[in-house]
Ligand binder design. Structure first.
Ligand SMILES: [Zn+2]
Ligand SMILES: [Zn+2]
Length: 338
């Protein structure tokens, strides 16, 4: 998952980032993007340059540009924390990922003031009144930075109050993380195998249609196949199939087609390796044709699950039913492409 951190100065974002880093979260900061950009331009990472290049990128590519660039560099399958989110456009960009959560760290003004004093961030003789007056003034004057930060805080999925010691902060984070890290959604078995079948289909070399099948037993894949010309012959997309290569009308001259179907190839791949398909389930990106249906029945496959309807499949579906093979459609969201 990706956790974005927001909060006012002194709220404790740095402590939260450290806590998450200790728990194997990779820490990224939006300012890293700016440093990289400056590096590419051969400029030093001074505060002025960081602000200037940040404004320039946002003006040119939109308010979410830094977050979008961060997202592009995150590795899949591990947890990330993105520090210092200050712009609603950045939150919007990060929400493209369904596993993104925005966490707001909050602390009373007096506590934040104390922390700022301890860190030497304020000048000598600074008082809480002065600190409060400055924050108030920034709001009144409509300082865009401050207004955006307030807006970002409103978008948070959770707020952690950091008004005590570190131990208390860690306890609160632990409780929050327990819910977030275990609450993710996984694809069900049908979606899992059908999406794999879609990836297999992308290996197809047929110019007409890309189809694939995945054969499964005990929820384990035992064979896969995609459509195309037979092994050792010229690929369909390299002119290997005269019928596919000519603009033959749909459903005509099928007997001249040299391409094997995805289901056919999944069944013959199992034969190649000497694997029995008795009692197996076949997932296919399209409903099977009549020829493949006959092979499915005689191979002992007992269930067929397909994503898209194939125009000529009424006979095939009837035959499967007659042979006692369970058939159902499982339609993936978002059509055929992945
Ligand atoms: Zn073909
Ligand atoms: Zn077929």
């Amino acid at each position: 998952m990706i956790i974005g951190l927001t909060g006012k100065n002194g709220a404790g974002k740095g402590e939260v980032a450290r806590y998450l880093a200790d728990r194997s979260f990779a820490v990224a900061s939006l300012s890293d993007v700016l440093r990289e950009e400056l590096g590419r331009r051969g400029l030093e990472s001074s505060r002025e340059n960081l602000i200037a290049v940040g404004n320039e990128l946002r003006a040119r590519y939109g308010p979410g540009v830094l977050a979008e660039r961060i997202l592009a560099g995150l590795s899949a399958g591990r947890h990330h924390v993105v520090d210092s989110i200050r712009n609603p456009g950045e939150v919007e960009a990060l929400r493209q990922r369904s596993d993104f959560k925005l966490l707001c760290i909050r602390a009373p003004q007096s506590v934040r003031f104390q922390r700022a004093v301890e860190r030497g961030r304020l000048g000598d003789g600074a008082s809480l009144e002065e600190f409060a007056r400055l924050e108030e003034e920034e709001l009144d004057r409509g300082v865009p930075e401050r207004q955006r930060l307030d807006r970002v805080e409103e978008l948070a999925d959770a707020v952690v109050e950091n008004d005590g010691d570190l131990e208390q902060l860690h306890r609160r984070l632990e409780q929050l993380l327990r819910g977030w890290l275990t609450g993710f959604k996984r694809p069900g078995w049908d979606e899992y195998f059908m999406r794999i079948a879609q990836v297999v289909a992308r290996r197809s070399n047929c110019v007409k249609r890309q189809v694939a099948a995945v054969i499964v037993r005990d929820r384990r894949i035992i064979s896969t196949g995609y459509n195309g010309t037979p092994r050792g012959t010229r690929n369909c997309n390299e002119g290997g199939c005269p019928r596919c290569g000519s603009a033959a009308q749909a459903g005509t001259r099928l007997e001249e087609c040299l391409c094997s179907h995805g289901e056919e190839n999944a069944i013959t791949q199992a034969a190649y390796h000497g694997i029995s398909l008795k009692g197996a389930t076949l997932y296919s990106t399209f409903a099977p044709c009549l020829l493949c249906t006959k092979m499915i029945i005689n191979a002992g496959i007992t269930e067929v699950i397909y994503n898209e309807d194939y125009p000529l499949n009424q006979n095939a579906l009837g035959l499967l039913e007659e042979a006692g093979v369970a058939v159902r459609r499982f339609k993936l969201d978002g059509g055929v492409s992945i």
